[in-house]
Write a protein that binds this ligand. Structure first.
Ligand SMILES: Nc1ncnc2c1ncn2[C@@H]1O[C@H](COP(=O)(O)OP(=O)(O)OP(=O)(O)O)[C@@H](O)[C@H]1O
Length: 369
C-alpha cells in the first residue's frame, strides 16, 4: 500500500529558453529565460498584465509559444499536451465542483486517470491528512470556509503526484489572517515533499516570505531574478526597487570612488556615500545616478562619524503600531520616508529640525535615468 503514498513525488528541473508569446500583435512574453531547480519554490512576481499567468499556462501546457522551449529534466515538453506533463495546478478561484463532496473533488484527477478504487481511497485519505482536513472527506464544498476550500484545491493538485506544482495567486481570495496561515502551509508541504513549485503573485510580502528564489517580470520580460534577499538588497532598477519594497530615490552625480567599493555621490543637499547595486556597472566621475534608500535603512540621530546625514523636518506621520512611518522633508532636497520600529513616543510633524542617517551599505546606486 505504501506505493500509493504521496511521498513518491519526483522533482523536476525546469528550463525555460527564450520563450516568446504573441497574442495578435501584442508580445506578452518576450524571450523569457529561467532555470528552476529541483525542489525549488520559485515565484513569478510583477505588476498586473506583465505576463505571469501566461508564463505559468505555458508550463502547464495550456498555451503554445511562438518561439522558445520548455524543458523538464532536459526533455523538450514545449509541444507536449497538458495532460501528459504531470503538472498540478492551483488557481485563485478554487475551481472546485460544488456538487461533489471534498473527497470526490480530490479524487477527480485520479478517476480521470482510471486508477483502481483502493489506490484512489488511500491517496485521497493521505492528501486530506497532508492538508490537515482529515475527517472532512464527506463534507459538501459549500460547508467549508475559504481557507478549507483552498486546502481542498491544494490536495486535489497534490494527489496526482505532480512533477511540479503551479500556483496562480492561490491566496488572493483569502483574508489576511488565513493568507498568512496558508503561506506557511504551502511552503511546508512543498518542502516536505521536495516539490518543484512555481507560484504567481503580485503580493511582494508573499514572495519575500515564501520564495527560495523569485523573478520580477515587467511587460513580458524577466527584469531580475535571485533570492528574495538578493533582489531586495540589490535591485537592478527603480522598477524592481519599488516593486519589491518601499524606497525613496534621490538623484545625484558620481564624484569619486571611495574606499571599500563605495562611491561618493553629490546630491542637492549633501555628498553621500553609497554602494553599487550591481558590479556590472562601473560609473565614471560625473555620471548620473539614482540613490535608492529603504525607509528602514534610515534612523533618527546624529553620529559624528556617519557620512550620510539627512537634515530636515517631519511633515507627516503614519502610526502603524509596531512601526511609525515619517515623511521627512530634507533641507534643499526631496522628501524621504523614515521607518521607526517600536516608536515611543511617536514623533509628530513639526518645523523643529531633525536629522536622519543611513549606512553607506544601505544606500544603493542605480544607473541614472
Ligand atoms: N488568451 C489571451 N488572448 C489575448 N490576450 C491575452 C490572453 N491572455 C492574456 N492576454 C493578455 O496578455 C497580457 C498578460 O496577461 P497575464 O494574465 O499573463 O498577466 P499577469 O501578469 O498574470 O496579470 P495579473 O496579475 O493581472 O493576473 C495582458 O495584457 C492580457 O490582456
Amino acid at each position: 500500500m505504501q506505493c500509493f503514498g504521496l511521498e513518491l513525488f519526483s522533482m523536476v528541473h525546469i528550463s525555460i529558453r527564450d520563450l516568446t508569446k504573441r497574442f495578435g500583435n501584442q508580445t506578452v512574453l518576450d524571450r523569457v529565460s529561467l532555470d528552476i531547480g529541483e525542489g525549488e519554490l520559485f515565484f513569478l512576481l510583477g505588476p498586473s498584465g506583465c505576463g505571469k499567468t501566461t508564463l505559468l499556462r505555458h508550463l502547464a501546457g495550456f498555451y503554445q509559444p511562438n518561439e522558445g522551449q520548455i524543458l523538464f529534466d532536459g526533455d523538450d515538453v514545449t509541444r507536449l499536451p497538458a495532460h501528459k506533463r504531470g503538472t498540478g495546478m492551483m488557481f485563485q478561484s478554487y475551481a472546485l465542483w460544488p456538487h461533489l463532496n471534498v473527497a470526490q473533488n480530490i479524487a477527480f484527477g485520479l478517476e480521470e486517470r482510471n486508477r483502481p478504487r483502493p489506490e484512489i481511497e488511500h491517496r485521497v485519505a493521505e492528501a486530506l491528512e497532508v492538508v490537515k482536513l482529515d475527517g472532512l472527506g464527506t463534507r459538501k464544498i459549500a460547508q467549508l470556509s475559504g481557507g478549507q476550500q483552498q486546502r481542498v484545491a491544494l490536495a486535489r493538485a497534490l494527489v496526482v503526484r505532480p512533477r511540479c506544482l503551479l500556483l496562480d495567486e492561490p491566496l488572493s481570495n483569502l483574508d489576511a489572517k488565513l493568507r498568512h496561515e496558508m503561506r506557511s502551509e504551502i511552503r511546508r508541504i512543498c518542502k516536505e515533499f521536495g516539490l518543484t513549485a512555481i507560484y504567481v503573485t503580485h503580493d511582494r510580502d508573499e514572495a519575500l516570505s515564501m520564495a527560495d528564489r523569485l523573478a520580477i517580470m515587467d511587460v513580458g520580460r524577466v527584469v531580475q531574478s535571485g533570492t528574495p534577499e538578493e533582489v531586495y538588497r540589490n535591485p537592478a532598477s527603480r522598477m524592481v526597487a519599488e516593486f519589491i519594497g518601499e524606497s525613496c530615490f534621490i538623484p545625484g552625480t558620481v564624484q569619486a570612488h571611495a574606499a571599500d567599493g563605495l562611491y561618493e555621490v553629490q546630491t542637492s543637499f549633501a555628498t553621500l556615500r553609497a554602494r553599487l547595486s550591481s558590479p556590472d556597472w562601473q560609473p565614471l566621475h560625473g555620471e548620473k545616478t539614482l540613490l535608492s534608500i529603504r525607509p528602514e535603512a534610515l534612523t533618527f540621530g546624529h553620529l559624528l562619524n556617519s557620512p550620510n546625514h539627512f537634515p530636515g523636518h517631519i511633515v507627516d506621520t503614519t502610526y502603524l503600531g509596531s512601526t511609525a512611518q515619517y515623511k521627512l522633508r530634507i533641507q534643499n532636497g526631496p522628501e524621504i520616508m523614515v521607518s521607526e520600529v517600536n516608536p515611543s513616543p511617536v514623533r509628530q510633524p513639526s518645523d523643529i529640525p531633525v536629522r536622519a542617517m543611513a549606512m553607506p551599505q544601505d544606500i544603493v546606486m542605480l544607473r541614472g535615468e
